[in-house]
Write a protein of this length. Sequence first.
Length: 90
Amino acid sequence: MAPHHPTSPTGPGTPELVDFTVDLTAQEVLRRAQVMAALGPDWDPIEVLRGEEAAYDLLYSGLDAEQQRVYDGLVAAGVLAPRGDGHAAA
C-alpha cells in the first residue's frame, strides 16, 4: 500500500487552508478548579496516601508459600514495587 501524503487542493474556488489551533489552557484551569472543588476542603492527600499504603499492606498480607513465591517473582520482574523488606507482610 502506498503511503498517504495528503495534498491541498488548488484551483479556482478552492478555499485557502488556514491554521487551526485551540488553546485549552483556560479549560484545563477550569477542570482543575472543579476537581479541587469536588474533593472539598477536608481532602488530605497525605492521609489518602497513607490509606493506600495500608490497603496494599493488607492486600499482600497473610500470603501462603505459593502466593509469596508469585509475589516475589512479580517484584523481581519489576511488576510490583518491593514493600518493606521485599516480601509481603506476614
